[in-house]
Structure formats: structure tokens, C-alpha cells
Ligand binder design. Structure first.
Ligand SMILES: [Zn+2]
Length: 67
């Protein structure tokens, strides 16, 4: 008698997670701006009025030395 060591996979079950989305039409929070926001935009403002964030990829911040 041989031991059955065959690994049997199973289908991925369960519900798939939906991407986080906001329902309805939202408009930029900036005064006078009527840009419709994407459903996936987590900010309250459009891209034009969102603060720009530059992600630091690598390295460290070099301190600025005043001469
Ligand atoms: Zn805007």
C-alpha cells in the first residue's frame, strides 16, 4: 500500500473583494471648481487641487546646510 501524497488544489472560494469606490457623483471641494471626482478618488478635491505628494523612493533626505 502506497501513501497518497498527491497534493490536490482547491478552487479559490469566497467572494472577491471589490475595489473601494464611492457611490454617487462628488465634486471637488475647492471653491469654484466643479470637477467631478473619480469614484476611486479618496480625496475631497480633484487632482488639480490635491496637495502634491512626492513619494521618496530611496535614499534619505539630505539636510540643507546654510552657509
Ligand atoms: Zn478642483
Amino acid at each position: 500500500m502506497t501513501e497518497n501524497t498527491t497534493l490536490v488544489g482547491s478552487k479559490v472560494s469566497g467572494r472577491r473583494r471589490r475595489p473601494k469606490a464611492f457611490d454617487g457623483v462628488r465634486i471637488c471641494a475647492d471653491m469654484g471648481c466643479e470637477t467631478r471626482l473619480s469614484r476611486y478618488n479618496r480625496n475631497g478635491t480633484c487632482y488639480m487641487h490635491s496637495p502634491i505628494v512626492f513619494p521618496r523612493v530611496r535614499g534619505r533626505d539630505v539636510p540643507v546646510i546654510d552657509v
